[in-house]
Write a protein that binds this ligand. Sequence first.
Ligand code: GDP
Length: 855
Amino acid sequence: MSENDGKKTLGLKGGARSGQVKQSFSHGRTKSVVVETKRKRVVVPKPAAANTGGGAKGGSPGRRPAGISDAEMERRMKALAVARSREAEDAAQREADEKTREEERQRRRDDIEAKEREEREREDARRAKIEAEEAAKREAEEAAKRERDEREARVATTASNGAAKADEKDARPVEDRRAPVARTDAEGESHRGVGKPAGGTRRPERDDRQRDTRNAKARDDGRRAGKLTLNQALTGGEGGRQRSLAAMKRKQERARQKAMGAGDLREKVVRDVQLPETIVVSELANRMAERVADVVKALMQNGMMVTQNQTIDADTAELIIEDFGHHVVRVSDADVEQVIYTVEDKDEDLVTRPPVVTVMGHVDHGKTSLLDAIRHAKVVSGEAGGITQHIGAYQVRTDRGGLITFLDTPGHAAFTSMRARGAQVTDIVVLVVAADDAVMPQTVEAINHAKAAGVPMIVAINKIDKHEANPQKVRTDLLQYSVVVEEMSGDVQDVEVSAKTGLGLDDLLESIAVQSEVLELKANPNRAAMGAVIEAQLDVGRGPVATVLVQNGTLRQGDIFVVGEQWGKVRALINDQGDRVTEAGPSVPVEVLGLNGTPEAGDVLNVVDTEAQAREIAEYRHQLAKDKRAAAGAATTLDQLLAKAKADQDVKELPVLVKADVQGSAEAIAQALEKVGNDEVRVRLLHSGVGAITESDITLAEASGAPVIGFNVRANAPARAAANQKGVEIRYYSVIYDLVDDVKAAASGLLSAEVREHFIGYAEIKQVFRVSGVGKVAGCLVTEGVARRSAGVRLLRDNVVIHEGTLKTLKRFKDEVPEVHSGQECGMAFENYEDVRDGDVIEIFEREEIERKLA
Ligand code: GDP
C-alpha cells in the first residue's frame, strides 16, 4: 500500500512538472521505471547511444538524454529537498522492483513483437544501437576466436610441411587486416567500418547474432529492456505508443477473431429452421440459435423496425434465415400439432381396456333412469350417504369382474357433437327403447348416429316391468330400421330391462362385456396420454375443471397437456368416486385440474413434452378457431367482408341465431342447419349458444335481420320486450326435426325461382331494309311457331348466337302486331342492335319462372 501511495505521489508530482516527464508519467507505472532505468543507464550506454543517435536518427536520441537528466534531476532535487536519503533508497528499491516487473512485461511484449515483423525502420534504428553496444563484446569474442585460430594454425603449421607454410602466410595478412579493424570497433568509433570489411564469410554469422541479440535483448540484459522502455516513453511516445497501440489492436483483433472464429464455427452448424406462416422474432432467433439482438438488427437492415416480441411473416423470416446462412424449412401452422400424432403403438404394448358406453334413445324412454340404476346397483360408494360424484362418466364392475365405463350424458346430441369434434369416445351404444312405447323419431336418430359412427349397438328394452310392455313390438319395429336383434335371428343383442326394478341390469352389463370382447378393445397404458373432454366447467373454487376420458396412455399428475384451445399441467386428478388419484389409465374418466381455460366437451386432450409445445398448439388452435369465426361472418375485417361478399355474390343467406338448453343440442342444431341449403341458398348461423335468449341476442339478430330460435329455452323478459319493439321473430322448438324443417321452409323462400326457357318460334331474315327513324329492319319469314313482340330474341348466324335481346318492332304490313305466326312474313327490328344480315336466323323464346323448394 505504502509503495503504491508513494508511487502515486511521485507520479502526480512528476506529471505536474515537465512536459517530457509528464508524458512518461501519464502512462502509469512506466514512468517510474523510466526514471530509474535512466539513472542506471546514464553511466554506460549514454555515449554509445549518443553516437548511434548521431549516426542514425537525430530526433529522438537527441531528446532522450535531456529527458533522462531532467527526470533524474527532479528526482534528486526532490530527494534532497525532502532530505530523506533513505526514502530515496526505498524509492530506488521500489523502482528497481518495478523495473524488474516492467522488464518482464516488456520482455513478453517484445517476444510477441519479435514474432510480428512489421516495423522495420524502428528495428534498423535499434539494430544500430544494439550493434554499437555489442561491438565491444563481439569484437572481444572475435579477437579471442582469432587468437584461438591463430594458435591452432600455428600448431598446424609446426606440425605440417612447406605447403602448410604457404597457408600460414595467406592466413597472416587476413589476421593482420582484421586485427586493427577489430580494435577500431572495440573503441566504438564506427560499427559500419566493422561490417564492411568483415564482409564475406563473417556477415551471416553476425546477422544471426544480431537476430539472436534482438530476440534475447530483453532476456539477457535488463538495461536493454530499460532502454527500450525509455525509448517508448520518451521518443514523443511515437515508437512506444504506436507499438502499444498496435499491440492493443492486435490483441483486440485476436480477441475479435477468436470471437469471430467461434461465430464461424457456429455458422458452420447450418440449421434447418422450421418456419411457420408467422413467427415471433425471438422465437425465430431461438430456432436459428442466433442472438435476438442480431436478428432484430438484421431485420432493421432489411427495413423492418420490429421488436423481439413482434410477429413477422414467413417471407421476411425466410430472408433473415438465409442471411444467417441457415436452411428454411417451411411448415404450415398445422405442423405444430405434429408432435401429438407421432406415436404409433406396437401390438405388444397393447393391453385390453374397458369399453366406453353411451346410452341413447328417445326422450322419456328411461335413459337417465337406466344410468342411475346401473350406477346405484354397481358403484360401491364409500360414503355412508351414498353420495356419488357426478363428473360426466363413471365406471362399474360387472359380476365377472370386468370394468365398464358409462358416459353420464345420454343422448345423441352430445354423442354426435363429440364425434364432430374429433372425439370418438364411445365403443358401444346402448339403445334404450321403452317397451310400452314404440320406436320414436329420436330412436331412429340414435340408430343413425350409431351407424354413422360405426359403433355397435345393444338394444335395451326398458320399462319391462310395466304391464302394457310389449317388447316384441319394439323388436319388430326395429326391423324397419335395419336393426335385427338376436331374438329376430340378427346379430344385435337385445336385453329386457327395468330401470325401475333393476331387472335385467346384470344381463345388460353382461351383454356389454360380451360385445366388448368381440371388439377387442385395446390401449397402451405406457405412453403419453390422450383423451377426450366429456364435460368442462369453470368452477369458482377450483378454476377450470374438465372431465377427461382417457382413451390411450396414462394421464398423470404433473403431465403437460393441450386440450382443444386450452393447455395446462395436471394439478390434480379426481376420479368418479370423488377421490384424488395420481394417474388414470385407458377408459378411466377423471376430473382434471390445472387448466388455463375451460375447454369444450369433445375437445381432445393430448399430453405433450413441454409447456412451450402445449402453449404453441393451443395458441395455434385458438387462432384457427378465431379465423374460422371471423370467416363465418361475426367479427370480420373489411377485407374479409369484401372477399366474402365476392364469394357469396350468388348465394343467398338466411341468417339465424340459435340458443339451446345444452351445448350438445346447440351443436347438433348447428350441424343440422349447416346441411340446409344448396349452392344458392344457405343458412348462416350468426350465433349459437347455451342459455336463455337475452337482449344481446335480439340486438345481434336485429342487426342481421335474423330470427332467433330457442331450443328448449325461452327469452327472458327484457329480450321479449326488445324483440317486440324491434320486430325480431322468436321461435321456440323442442324437437330438432321441427326446427330444421321450419328453417328449411324459410330458406326455400329465399330460393330464386328457377327460370325455364321455351322456344316459341324461328324466323329467317330474307332481306334487310333501312327505314328512316327506325334503323335497320329485317324482312323475315316465320318458319316455325310464332314470333311474339314481347318475347326474347336471339340472332343466330351459322348457328352461333351473335346477339340476344328484345324486339323494337314487330310489323306485319306496316302495322305493329303482337305476334306473327308460322308461314307469314313480317318485319323485325332489334332493340339497340343493327347488325342484321340476310340469311340470319332469329330465335324467339319465352322465359318462365318456377318457384322451388329445398329438398
Ligand atoms: P330419459 O328422458 O330417456 O332420460 O328418461 P328418464 O330416465 O327421465 O325416464 C322417463 C320416465 O320414465 C321417468 O318418469 C321414469 O321414472 C320412467 N321410467 C324410466 N325407466 C323406467 C322403468 O324401467 N319402468 C318404469 N315403470 N318407469 C320407468
